[in-house]
Design a protein around this ligand. Structure first.
Ligand code: FES
Length: 95
């Protein structure tokens, strides 16, 4: 399985993770993988009941562009994930 490097801009600075990806995986799936397999201290918006670009709350900045994590394919290239706004609560969670 292909692994990509994912750089996440967190409150304490940037952190890198190696994440195995497969076809059909979203940026939200990448964040879920990091949280469940690598680092349970990562803060990001997760909403089990949505995950279909309905609530609009999982905004993150991926490679410099704001997008909904649940509706954005992660692709097979390295990713840079940052908070979408300056009003950061913690890590990727914004007000
Ligand atoms: S989880 Fe609701 S829009 Fe992504």
């Amino acid at each position: 399985m292909k692994k990509i490097n994912v750089t996440v801009v967190r409150s304490a600075g940037e952190q890198e993770y190696a994440v195995p990806v497969h076809e059909g995986m979203s940026v939200m799936d990448v964040l879920d993988y990091i949280y469940s397999e690598l680092d349970p201290t990562l803060a990001y918006f997760s909403h089990e009941a949505c995950r279909q670009t309905a609530c609009g709350k999982c905004l993150v900045k991926v490679n410099g562009k704001n997008c909904l994590a649940c509706g954005t394919p992660c692709g097979e290239s390295d990713l840079h994930i940052a908070p979408w706004s300056d009003r950061v609560v913690r890590d990727l969670l914004c007000e």
